[in-house]
Ligand binder design. Sequence first.
Ligand SMILES: [Zn+2]
Length: 323
Amino acid sequence: MTSPQAHLVSRRNFCLCCIGGAAAAATGGWLTPREAYAEARGLVSLIKDSAATSPIVTHRLRNNISVFEGSGGNIAVLTGPDGKVLIDAGIGVSRPQLTKALADLGNQPIAHLVNTHWHFDHADGNEWLHSAGARIIAHENTRKHLSNIQRVEDWDYNFLPSPRGAIPGEVFTTERKLKLNGSSIRLKYYGPAHTDSDISVTFAEANIVHVGDTFWNGIYPFIDYSTGGSIDGMIAASNANLAATTDDTIIIPGHGRPVSNKTELKEFRDMLVAVRDNVAKLKKQGKSRDETVAAKPTAAFDAKWGQFVIDPGYFTRLVYEGV
Ligand SMILES: [Zn+2]
């Protein structure tokens, strides 16, 4: 694992949110966020190429629900006589590996796909999954963002409208209930959080919830201000997640270790609140963004949370933008 390509392939949970780390891998060292943003355009292709060969790891949970790790965000799958139900689509180039991982769960056809939000590392696989038989359901803002040119300022990247087959055929505004494979499934809109299109997907009988990118397990999160996300929205979503779960709930985060629980979720919420308070204090004192980064308001958390792709400086800038 010496070439940048090999390094990228070795990383799990590739996502566009991973620009900083991918840039570092590609250059052999950390870039400043500005340099990383500048690299973003080429890196989107690089990440796609790398996902093409990333392995998919399957974690079997309970009640015929599994989670796939290795193609963008964590993907949940419910199997049964109504056909397979996927929560998030991963990156399109992972199709061969995902096809095999899906076949290993049984021979039912692919029937439904839910997008937790519009981001590329969760919806790029929409087109092939639709062509394989999936009806796509999402929040109305996911359809809006996938249908138009979408600029993400912090990635310095413009996404083109998705092909017709990738656009969700069914959308909702606040809540949608499904009954599939004997499972009561509830899709619920958070309001603005990581973006303005985030939903949770709860499997009632199994007591499992996929919370999308409102939770990054053990790593600093990306927050997409370009499409309505904010630090306060992330904190509100974390509080909603805590209120909606019990100690027995299996919580699937958008990124990070894919099988999580309320204890880890609470740690994440507490980290967000503490960093927000530290950054807000510095901003109130009149410190600029760069001065705030230099003051290291995340220092107490970096050893645990700063080891992945959103580094402490990047995360501080994201919080600063919203306080
Ligand atoms: Zn995301």
